[in-house]
Design a protein around this ligand. Structure first.
Ligand code: MN
Length: 254
């Protein structure tokens, strides 16, 4: 089994090191990851500057681009054959609810899915994030990797896995939760008396909905959410059916 490992915390992070160590028992591992932290870059691609991939150790490439660049470069240039699976992480900090739309970790798995390769994003929900604290999550990642290696994943589906701090009490299959956005911006003054802003204040929580990723993590469970890339809101497709006529156009075919 050929396993491509990437992340958004950078090629030197403790999470990718722990993940790689555990996955080496499952198959051959090649790492293609950003040369520095690129958290919250989402699914961005580098289109207006060249990319460099330096092989810093055998089968370990440091790329001066985003996680999506890394997957794309690995699949279309660096690897001799396509990987059987892409494993992204283990991220420092959770990727739950609406946060997954910002996540570089999740977007790397998304990119792999677009290319037809099964993929999983892993995040350790809470610190400390020193290498020994990634142990449990890396073991679970290896078990999930082995499972997908033999069973595969449904078409157009990838997994977002969040792992609680400490020894998990179990595993819950979940749906994506919802962020509560409040006190999002911290406003302060710099030493010269000018205002500056910092995104992501302390007031961020999640709605406590049953069956969600955030609730599972709150209960000390591993959360596994199957995701897909079709963002269509099918219910609204019906609800908004009158829109073309309402603004004076004929309803087109389809
Ligand atoms: Mn990150």
């Amino acid at each position: 089994m050929l396993i491509l490992v990437t992340n958004d915390d950078g090629v030197h992070s403790a999470g990718i090191t722990a993940l790689t160590r555990a996955l080496k028992k499952v198959g051959k591992v090649v790492i293609v990851a950003p040369d520095r932290e690129r958290s919250a870059v989402s699914h961005s691609l580098t289109l207006h500057s060249p990319l460099r991939a330096e092989e810093i150790r055998p089968d370990v490439f440091a790329v001066d681009g985003t996680p999506t660049d890394c997957v794309s470069l690995a699949l279309h240039g660096l690897l001799d054959s396509p990987p059987d699976i892409v494993m992204s992480g283990i991220n420092r900090g959770s990727n739950l609810g609406d946060d997954i739309t910002y996540s570089g970790t999740v977007s790397a798995a998304m990119e792999a899915t677009l290319m037809g390769v099964p993929a999983v994003a892993f995040s350790l929900a809470e610190g400390p994030f020193s290498s020994r604290h990634f142990g449990h999550s890396a073991q679970i990642a290896a078990q999930i990797c082995r499972y997908i290696g033999s069973e595969g994943l449904p078409r157009d589906t990838f997994l977002n896995v969040n792992i609680p701090k400490g020894k998990p009490k179990g595993i819950s299959m979940t749906r994506q939760g919802k962020r509560q956005y409040q006190d999002m911006i911290v406003e302060k003054l710099d030493p010269r008396g000018r205002k500056y802003y910092w995104l992501g204040g302390s007031g961020l929580g999640f709605e406590d909905e049953p069956g969600t990723d955030s609730q599972a993590i709150g209960q000390g469970l591993v959360s596994i959410t199957p995701l897909h890339l079709d963002l269509t809101n099918y219910k609204s497709l019906q609800l908004l059916g009158q829109l073309p006529e309402a603004i004076g156009f004929d309803q087109g075919p389809g």
